[in-house]
Ligand binder design. Structure first.
Ligand SMILES: NC(=O)c1ccc[n+]([C@@H]2O[C@H](COP(=O)([O-])OP(=O)(O)OC[C@H]3O[C@@H](n4cnc5c(N)ncnc54)[C@H](O)[C@@H]3O)[C@@H](O)[C@H]2O)c1
Length: 237
């Protein structure tokens, strides 16, 4: 398949895990990929180092994409982070960081790309989580950010749908990436509730998420708008 020939795809979180796999998938199907991350990105056509908490740097980064590539057809907001914390231990700093990258960063990247997507009649694929579609213990900030991504996706899909832009999101379950290291269960908690978030059978390989991002970003998904695609191996079935 060469679904992304002549397409420019911007992928945040491209330095690692699902973002890196999605960037590779777009390129393997003929796409030109701009990888954005706070960490250095390799194996893309253009790498831009950007901390999504620095909102003022978002528009200049998107301008850099336009200078170099001339257009944007696809935006995949994949950068994200989280942690487990008991509600009584959550700090304003960690709360703001998690909401800031996962939700606020997703919105302002989308806002900055919107005029270019309108021009190209492109689309956005956001990253939610099964933590946003169902309860995940010790994850108030993370779950709120991902529930917010779902609401944002649906709102932007409806607001912009008549202008020819599609906005969808993917809700991964457990995927084998370094993010797992951020989720250490707090001490002295009832570990039995961990069963709510265990993979049904096995965790996903990042490439199994990349194929879902590629589907939603492609014309194969021309009638998908505002959807939440759970890719969780049946965990929440
Ligand atoms: N792995 C899973 O089990 C899983 C499950 C559900 C949802 N997700 C979501 O998938 C997305 C990708 O996660 P992953 O599993 O590939 O994890 P990962 O840690 O491998 O990749 C996350 C990437 O986001 C980047 N990032 C973090 N903070 C940033 C910031 N301030 N500015 C710019 N970039 C930043 C990191 O540098 C990293 O490259 C995240 O949104 C995550 O919440 C992952």
């Amino acid at each position: 398949m060469n679904r992304f020939e002549n397409k420019i795809a911007v992928v945040t979180g491209a330095a690692s895990g699902i973002g890196a796999a999605t960037a590779a998938r777009f390129r393997s199907e003929g796409g030109t990929v701009v990888g954005i991350d706070r960490d250095p990105v390799s194996d893309v056509d253009l790498a831009i180092q950007l901390d999504l908490l620095n909102l003022e740097a978002i528009s200049p980064s998107v301008a850099q994409v336009i200078d170099a590539c001339g257009r944007i057809d696809i935006l995949c907001n994949i950068a994200g982070l989280g942690h487990f914390a008991k509600d009584e231990d959550e700090t304003p700093e960690a709360w703001n960081r998690i909401i800031g990258v996962n939700l606020t960063g997703t919105f302002f990247m989308s806002q900055a790309c919107l005029p270019h997507l309108l021009e190209s009649q492109g689309n956005i694929v956001n990253t939610a989580s099964t933590a946003g579609t169902n309860a995940q213990p010790w994850s108030s900030a993370y779950s709120a950010s991902k529930g917010g991504v779902i609401a944002l996706t649906q709102t932007m899909a409806i607001t912009n749908g008549r202008s020819g832009i599609r906005v969808n999101c993917i809700a991964p379950g457990g995927v084998e990436t370094p993010i797992a290291n951020q989720f250490t269960p707090p001490e002295n908690v009832d570990l039995a509730i961990m069963s709510r978030i265990l993979p049904f059978d096995r965790p996903a390989d990042p490439s199994e998420l990349a194929s879902a991002f590629a589907f939603l970003a492609s014309d194969d998904a021309s009638y998908c708008n505002g959807i939440v695609l759970r890719v969780d191996g049946g965990m929440q079935a």
